[in-house]
Structures are given as C-alpha cells and as structure tokens.
Design a binder for this molecule. Structure first.
Ligand code: SF4
Ligand code: SF4
Length: 319
C-alpha cells in the first residue's frame, strides 16, 4: 500500500485501458476467487503502507472522518488534506496530507491506524482493486465486476495463512457499504471522462463539484440560503431529510451535480423559472430577428441607392 492507493482502484474503475503497473497482478478475480492475506500488528511490515502514499478521499470518507474527529468539514479539509486532481478526469479533489518529513499519514501511530473503524475507502480496498464494466452505467450486476490483486514487495500480508474469498474479504473490510456510498460520486467522475475534455467544464462548475464533494456544510448553506429553492422543485420530505441528515444531503448533492454538470435527469426546475427562461430565450430571438430585419433593410436601401446612382451615371453617359 505504498503509492496512490485509490488511484490503483481508480485505474480499475476509470480506465481499464491503462497499462497495469507492475504491482498489479494480471489475473482477473471474481467474488468467489480465493485470496491468502492477513494484515495485523504482528506482520513485520506493520504500518509501512501508511507512509508515502496518495490516498484520495471520497465525499463519504470526509463525512465519516470529520465526524469521528468532531470537527467541521472545512476544518478537516484544511487540516488533514491537500488538493489533488482526480486522475484522467480533470476534476478537483483532495488527498490525505502526509507529514512533510516522515511521509506518514496523520492517523498512523506505531500501534496502527487511530481511525481504523472509520478509515478511508482506499485503505479498505487494499490489496483488492475492483473494475466495473458498467462505467457510468446503472447496472450493478455482480457479473459486471471483476477484481485484481495489488501485490507489493514490502507487503508481507500475502505470506500469512488466512484464506478468504474476495466476497468474504470485502465484507470483512466493510467495502460494500463504501461501494454504495461512493457509487454515484464515482459515476460523476466517469461521466466526466466520457464527456470528453474538449467539452471542458467551467471553473465555476469545477468549484461547485469541489465544494459539494468536500464540504457538505457549505453545500447545505448553498441549498438553504441561496436562490436554490426558488430555482428547483424539492419535495418537503427531501428537504426535511437533507436539513439534518448528511448522508441524504451527500446523495442529493450527487444528483444535483449530475444534473447541472452533465444534464442528467433528477432535478426539476420550478415552473416560474422555466417560464422565465422561455421568455428570456424568446426575447433574445425577437431581438435577433429585429436586428436581422434592420440589417436587411439597411442593405436593401444601400443596394437601391447604388442602383439609382448607376442609372443616373448611365443616363448622363447617354446624353
Ligand atoms: S487512514 Fe489509517 S489505514 Fe489509512 S493510511 Fe492512514 S493510518 Fe493507514
Ligand atoms: S501487511 Fe500489507 S497492508 Fe498490512 S501493514 Fe503490512 S504492508 Fe500494510
């Protein structure tokens, strides 16, 4: 688990055409494939993998960690993370900020991870990466997924006797819950990829993606304290939920981002807004039409003037 923990998973998730780095075993695994692995304080490499790594945090990781630490989302982001770019997606994100001198994760001690039960998704997936054929799709069928092992020389967990199926390993690591919580956010990133970079997102759109992905408190203010609710139809039940419940708000933010950044369904503009927009477009069309008419009349007048001048010239020449 030395470098780019989540990036390895991202390669599986986001770009199956990438050349695999040498530590990814070229073997496709299923839920029922066997894995011999165990990580515990007795392994000689204990906590080695919590140094010199790149751990990208998902919105759910941030939500859970900042709750664990009892601090606001923006404080968590300031204190424990640094900005990063999500590989190949040209989208901003955050990764855990390592100690400048030792390269250690801020949560590691000689006794292990101090936030273990709330550790980020990337730390849970290791050493089993997952690829999903339904890039950006909606089908979650098990057969659409496959797994691969990330086997690094320093990791002695592979020398242990404990044997699991991939399914058992993932259940033990609590990965299924993370899959569920991260799914829509990962789809946003995949959508961005299939959107193509030629169709670049505006800086404002990227800022909105970053804010919603890293700071749910600010996103909640945006929903309740801006003109958001004058613009979108949001039913009472959803409003009640997202007022208090961070997970519900996070899911709502994914829906909003998919709609505003990529035109996905899921958000409804208020009737008045739609009418105002239609009126605005019609007004712009009317103005454009008027301008075109005006230009036509001016051209016509100019052509008539030239014709008249030519007629007079010819008449003069014939005298
Ligand atoms: S969060 Fe915990 S498991 Fe993950 S790198 Fe840091 S110390 Fe290690
Ligand atoms: S066994 Fe692997 S995952 Fe566990 S501490 Fe060692 S290097 Fe990290």
């Amino acid at each position: 688990m030395t470098e780019e923990k989540f990036i390895d998973d991202e390669k599986g998730f986001f770009d199956s055409t990438d050349k695999n780095p040498s530590h990814i075993l070229p073997q496709k695994l299923t839920f029922d494939s066997k894995l011999k692995f165990r990580c515990h304080p007795g392994v000689p490499c204990f906590t080695v993998c919590c140094h010199g790594i790149k751990i990208i945090l998902t919105p759910y990781d941030i939500l859970v960690l900042r709750r664990r630490l009892g601090i606001a989302a923006h404080e968590f982001v300031l204190q424990y993370t640094q900005p990063t770019y999500l590989e190949k997606a040209d989208m901003p994100g955050v990764q855990i900020k390592l100690d400048e001198k030792t390269g250690a994760c801020p949560f590691v001690t000689p006794e292990g991870c101090t936030v273990y039960s709330d550790r980020p998704s990337a730390c849970r997936y290791y050493p089993v990466g997952m690829a999903d054929f339904h890039e950006g799709g909606t089908d979650d069928a098990e057969e659409e997924k496959f797994f691969f092992l990330v086997k690094e020389d320093h990791c002695k967990g592979f020398e242990e006797d404990k044997e699991w199926t991939i399914r058992e390993w993932r259940a033990d690591q609590g990965v299924d819950v993370r899959d569920e919580m991260n799914k829509e956010w990962l789809r946003l990133i995949m959508r961005r990829k299939s959107f193509g970079f030629q169709a670049s997102l505006s800086d404002a759109a990227k800022r909105m993606f970053f804010m919603a992905s890293t700071d749910l408190d600010s996103f909640r203010n945006f929903v309740f304290k801006s003109s958001f609710l004058d613009t979108y139809e949001v039913d009472e039940k959803t409003l009640e939920q997202i007022k208090e419940d961070d997970v519900a708000l996070m899911m709502f933010s994914f829906k909003y981002l998919a709609n505003t950044l990529f035109g996905a369904e899921g958000m409804t503009l208020k009737k008045e807004r739609v009418e105002a927009k239609v009126k605005e477009i019609k007004q712009r069309q009317d103005e454009a039409l008027k301008k075109a008419e005006q230009e036509y009349l001016e051209l016509k007048a100019e052509r008539d003037r030239l014709r008249e001048a030519e007629k007079q010239r010819q008449a003069k020449a014939g005298e």
